[in-house]
Design a protein. Sequence first.
Length: 114
Amino acid sequence: MNQKLNIIISGAVLAFVSGIIIGLFTSPIIPLISAFVGLVLVLMWVIIDAREHNFKRSALFNILVVAITVLSVPYYLFKSRGFAKGLLAVIGFFSFMVLWSVVQVMGAAVVTTV
């Protein structure tokens, strides 16, 4: 299986499990930990994808991917793919972010409804 797909699957599993944990415990640190791990997964995906597209990243860019993901990942996707393919990739990225939230809510719902 391809590394980027493994990261996406790991993200979905993390979202579901963190939703369950959020449903069980009311600690405000749990969503922060989940978000940080999610950002690390996004960075790992970008690193692998950048290598595949011969995109030169700097340390500052890696920091920006974690610090302002919503701006830096779409920038990267447009820059590495051009406008048309970049637009499709950005739509996919934001769809994945929405899906992450839905899966996390589903995880929390499993605990609260049982």
